[in-house]
Design a protein around this ligand. Structure first.
Ligand SMILES: NC(=O)C1=CN([C@@H]2O[C@H](COP(=O)(O)OP(=O)(O)OC[C@H]3O[C@@H](n4cnc5c(N)ncnc54)[C@H](O)[C@@H]3O)[C@@H](O)[C@H]2O)C=CC1
Length: 373
């Protein structure tokens, strides 16, 4: 693809600032909070763990300014997702001014008027898409939902299945995820996939693994009890079933990554289709296969479903390698969910065996890395 003149300038600045990304980040937030102290309360009290999320999102968008379709989708999502932080249209110029302040300082060697104009145009485009998406969303959905924990089921010493009842209807699709904030860590949001297709009673459930230094996940697993109230952001993610085809589904779920896969299976079942669904459920040890009973029950009720457990220790191989031993998979759409390393090597393995990229679906690995606590 031919790069636009603005994209060339954006990339030139990015190449300058990438090696000093930490400094740019600190300076950006320092500028923002000194010049606009009223914006401080929109961010978490402790900024160390996720302080560069906003900046990272903006820079990712700027780098993809020529890739309109992907960009618009990404930014609309980001704009809608920012409503839960209390972001308003008038905050965007303040952020833009500090972004450009930080970039011009750390890309000073290449910065000139032309480059500044390119960043202003790019930032204006980015923020307008986010502002418009947020405004459209305001007409049809709340900025966030309160949800009460109704059951908390500790399946292993560090994995809990948590079911919540939202205060208002929560529309979403099987395979999507939400963001969740606990009362113990205000303004710290983490992503969790829905572990079931939409239910008639409106309840939502999540599989949460307490990870080292994971504030939110540890609180949800070890501290949360029925009656506690969490907040949910809007649904997001495009790892959903395409009901316009009847091709088979090849699903790889690693660890708690089995959660959205279970939702996809339920979705296929509810649509009454008899398309083959092949689930590979990976875990490090058999103790980690905390949801195998549910998956085997689903297999018993649905002849089109096959579930295979792949345990690292027994198979002496990781999940993606195990999938190669079966197949052929060229008639299948692939869905991957699990740790970022599994998704990366899984995508490689599936491409290797001939599944085209456009038939491989998974959540963004960047988001998972950010969500990994
Ligand atoms: N929508 C999604 O993609 C979801 C992702 N997750 C993510 O899944 C992860 C679950 O963590 P755990 O249960 O601790 O998983 P885990 O670390 O115990 O691994 C689970 C499975 O993934 C495989 N695996 C792990 N690293 C691999 C690598 N580098 N290459 C190939 N295979 C690999 C293992 O063989 C194992 O079968 C978390 O990072 C969580 O954020 C969880 C829910 C939904």
């Amino acid at each position: 693809m031919e790069e636009s003149p603005d994209a060339v300038l954006i990339r030139r600045a990015m190449a300058e600032v990438t090696p000093v990304a930490d400094k740019v980040t600190s300076y950006f937030y320092a500028l923002l909070f000194v010049r606009h102290p009223d914006l401080r309360s929109l961010f978490p009290p402790a900024m160390d763990t996720q302080r560069d999320r906003l900046l990272r999102a903006l820079l990712t968008a700027a780098e993809h300014i020529d890739n309109t379709d992907v960009l618009v989708d990404y930014l609309q999502n980001l704009g809608r997702g920012h409503r839960k932080y209390g972001t308003r249209a008038e905050h965007y110029p303040a952020v833009g001014e500090c972004l450009i302040g930080a970039l011009s300082k750390y890309a000073a060697a290449v910065w000139d008027e032309e480059m500044e104009a390119a960043w202003i145009r790019t930032y204006t485009t980015i923020s307008q898409i986010m502002i418009d998406a947020a405004a459209a969303d305001e007409l049809r959905a709340p900025a966030w939902w309160y949800a009460e924990i109704v059951t908390h089921d500790l399946r292993t010493p560090d994995v809990a299945v948590v079911t919540v009842r939202p205060d208002q209807p929560y529309p979403f699709l099987a395979g999507q995820y939400t963001s969740l904030e606990t009362p113990w860590w205000p303004r710290i949001w983490r992503h969790y996939s829905f572990a079931a297709a939409p239910r008639s009673d409106g309840l939502l459930s999540f599989h949460v693994k307490a990870v080292p230094a994971g504030w939110v996940s540890n609180a949800l697993v070890h501290r949360a009890r029925p009656g506690d109230i969490v907040r949910l952001g809007p649904p997001a993610g495009s790892m959903t079933v395409d009901h316009t085809t009847d091709s088979g589904l090849l699903c790889l779920g690693g660890g708690t990554g089995i959660a959205p896969i279970k939702a996809l299976v339920e979705d296929v079942a509810e649509h009454g289709e008899r398309r083959p669904v092949e689930v590979f459920y990976g875990a490090r040890t058999d103790h980690d296969l905390y949801d195998i009973d549910t998956m085997l029950r689903l297999q018993q009720s649905h002849p089109w479903l096959s579930v295979r457990a792949i345990i690292d220790q027994q198979a002496h191989q990781q999940l993606p390698d195990a999938v190669r031993a079966y197949g052929p998979w060229n008639e299948y759409d692939a869905y991957l969910s699990g740790p970022p390393g599994m998704i990366r090597s899984g995508v490689d393995a599936l491409r290797d065996i001939g599944i085209p990229s456009e038939r491989i679906r998974h959540d963004s690995v960047e988001e998972l890395v950010a969500a990994g606590s």
